[in-house]
Write a protein that binds this ligand. Structure first.
Ligand SMILES: Cc1cc2nc3c(=O)[nH]c(=O)nc-3n(C[C@H](O)[C@H](O)[C@H](O)COP(=O)(O)O)c2cc1C
Length: 165
């Protein structure tokens, strides 16, 4: 298969989102595609056009995407029509199990739908995308083991890119 998948993420080094982004990338590579991880500060709009798949990873802030991720999404408004038919996927992390993580995922998935992109649900794992939840005391303890789900997301997006290429 050929094709490239861009993973745009907002996460501190070694944090949950950073770790999830790496797992997603490993899944993309397992499926034989190129995976590039780019922090949301460094990702450019031109980047989006150059990839067949785009995966967004944002922490859950006030039950939605972080301000940095929202800014990135808003700046893509001028690209309307140019991302049509590409494949999208999303993942998030939150402090609380019921802290708005699914709402965050839906906001990220809306980004793809507004751009006319394709989002595949998952009937075998996290329906809308992988979610990690941190545990009580250690900031980097992850309650929900995200590694399998993240790699699967990367693999699923990559395989769909391959099918539709
Ligand atoms: C400004 C801010 C808002 C947050 N809002 C929420 C929230 O609404 N729900 C929640 O469960 N966690 C919330 N959190 C916790 C973060 O979601 C959590 O620490 C983050 O996902 C950790 O990701 P990281 O390890 O990649 O930094 C918030 C944290 C910050 C700094």
């Amino acid at each position: 298969m050929s094709g490239k998948v861009l993973i745009v993420f907002d996460g501190r080094e070694g944090g949950m989102i950073d770790r999830m982004a790496k797992s997603v990338a490993s899944g993309v590579r397992t499926a034989g595609l190129t995976a590039i991880c780019e922090s949301v500060e460094n990702a450019s709009m031109a980047d989006l056009e150059n990839y067949q798949g785009v995966i967004l990873g944002s922490p859950c802030y006030f039950a939605g995407p972080s301000a940095k991720m929202k800014k990135f999404m808003d700046e893509s408004w001028g690209l309307r029509g140019k991302l049509k038919g590409k494949i999208g996927g999303a993942f998030t992390a939150s402090e609380h199990i019921g802290g708005g993580n699914e709402m965050t995922l839906h906001a990220l998935l809306d980004f793809f739908l507004v751009h006319g992109m394709i989002v595949q649900g998952d009937c075998e794992g996290d329906y809308f995308g992988p979610i990690a939840v941190k545990s009580g005391c250690d900031r980097d303890d992850v309650v929900v083991d995200d590694s399998g789900e993240c790699a699967r997301l990367g693999e699923r997006v990559a395989r769909l890119v391959g099918k539709l290429a």
